[in-house]
Design a protein around this ligand. Structure first.
Ligand code: MV4
Length: 446
């Protein structure tokens, strides 16, 4: 078992990993930028190393500085959290070259699943349902036209290097295809240095339902059921829940088995998520695979009573998984609290937190690094807390979330608390009747 783990991340996820390490008797090393000198993960860790100035490119993305920090503190493993270098193949390989265990996917696996067209071809081989469309990457516009006719409009053009909606275009009629093809490739080239495109039949008003999986180093994988992440704004998840209000036991079995089949086919090791699009007829299709722990992992932990960070560490240390699957025994909802102003188009609102009163009580979990007097740096992601509530039923969970949000006092900056409070009263949300289109029609009341 590892003696010392360096956490190559910041904020709430760094605290999350440090907490589980402490429970496992594993020493911890925090890395921090100059802007994070006063951040909690620095204080909670056994050791802390400053790896550079505020900009991420000079600190949390600076591979050489992170490896150096691991070397001088003699860490035998690195946990990357999510974001930053968590899905960077070069960094995963660099850790391996330095004999430091990367608690995540291998560089080869990251490359294989990060190339979306390749990931899809792999899933087709594995027998996982995929959206009909092109066989891999489209070479030129002539083929693009041909595939669109074969697929049938509307179609979705997607960047193979993409993710999160960049380089993606919905095309409803053939006369719009050329402009979409050119602009999507241009956007993808600019964002990822790669303009490989693939095409799919457009799934109208889909739900985003993802399956948590864990694979061990003996070729075994299991699933821990679903998370419904359909409430998104500009491809940013705002709130997630499990079980999905759209799920049936039969659909959960089919999606869970497909996710385990995919994980075992690629011999996936560690925690991962298979994202699916689900249409109104409850057909599900592979969308993307994430080879990291995700922001929303706590709702799964709460309903199946399982520590996913602990499992990541055990699997990385060569411990086999039990092999059984996990099904929700409760209902859990997560609200992402961002330093943004929901009354002003969710624009970022960094600054100093003067008051921070976190909610508590039965079934309330608060994953945050923020405290009264903390200065929210403008350099990083705007998420400052995850409020997670868990109850016997969805109705009780929604009531608990309303009560917890009413208790939650943050002064000195604007936050998305008012948005979440209104969401919990929105009739379609309360009815569980929402898709990825939901936020397009959501209007904040003053
Ligand atoms: C789709 C789709 C409809 N049909 N693919 C958005 C980013 C990336 N995760 C893939 N996405 C989509 N792919 C087909 N064939 C609709 C979306 C989509 C979406 C998916 C999940 C969550 C939110 C979304 C918001 C807009 C579009």
């Amino acid at each position: 078992m590892f003696k010392k783990i360096l956490i190559a991340n910041r904020g709430e996820i760094a605290l999350r990993v440090i907490r589980t390490c402490k429970e496992m008797g594993i020493k911890t090393v925090a890395v921090y930028s100059k802007a994070d000198e006063e951040s909690l993960h620095v204080r909670f860790a056994d050791e802390a190393v400053c790896i550079g100035p505020a900009p991420s490119s000079e600190s949390y993305l600076k591979m050489s500085n992170i490896i150096a920090a691991a070397e001088i503190t003699n860490a035998d493993a690195i946990h990357p959290g999510y974001g930053f270098l968590s899905e960077n193949a070069k960094f995963s390989n660099l850790c391996e070259e330095h004999n430091i265990k990367f608690i995540g996917a291998t560089g080869r696996m990251i490359d294989q699943m990060g190339d979306k067209a390749n990931a899809k071809s792999t899933m087709i081989e594995a027998g996982v349902p995929c959206v009909p469309g092109s066989e891999g990457v489209i070479t030129d516009f002539e083929e693009c036209e041909k595939v669109a006719l074969e697929t049938g409009y509307p179609v979705m053009l997607k960047a193979s290097a993409g993710g999160g909606g960049k380089g993606m275009r919905a095309v409803w009629k053939s006369e719009d295809l050329k402009e979409a093809w050119d602009s999507a490739r241009q956007e993808s080239k600019a964002a990822f240095g790669n303009d490989d495109m693939y095409m799919e039949k457009l799934i109208e008003e889909p739900r985003h339902i993802e399956i948590q999986i864990v694979g061990d180093s003996y070729g075994k994988a299991c699933h821990l059921s679903e998370r419904d992440c359909s409430v998104q704004r500009r491809h940013q998840k705002l709130t997630e829940e499990t079980p999905s209000p759209f799920m049936t036991e039969e659909l959960r079995e089919s999606m869970g088995n497909a996710a385990v089949k995919a994980a075992e086919y690629i011999k996936y090791e560690g925690a991962g998520t298979i994202e699916f699009l689900v249409d109104k007829h409850r057909n599900f299709y592979f969308m993307e695979m994430n080879t990291r722990i995700q922001v929303e992992h706590p709702i799964t932990e709460e309903v199946v009573n399982y520590d996913l960070i602990r499992e990541q560490i055990l699997v990385a240390a060569g411990v086999p998984i039990s092999g059984k699957n996990y099904y929700p025994q409760l209902h859990s909802i997560e609200c992402r609290i961002n330093a943004e102003d929901p009354h002003n188009n969710f624009r970022p609102a960094p600054g100093k937190v003067t008051t921070f009163h976190a909610p508590g009580g039965h079934g309330v979990r608060m994953d945050t690094h923020v405290y009264a007097g903390y200065m929210i740096p403008p350099n990083y992601d705007s998420m400052i807390a995850k409020l997670i509530v868990t109850a016997q039923t969805r109705e009780e969970a929604i009531n608990k979330m309303k009560r917890a949000l009413d208790e939650f006092v943050i002064e000195g900056i604007k936050t998305t608390i008012p948005f979440h409070r209104q969401l919990m009263e929105h009739p379609d949300y309360v009815a569980g009747n929402y898709t990825t289109k939901f936020m397009e029609d959501f209007l904040m009341k003053p």
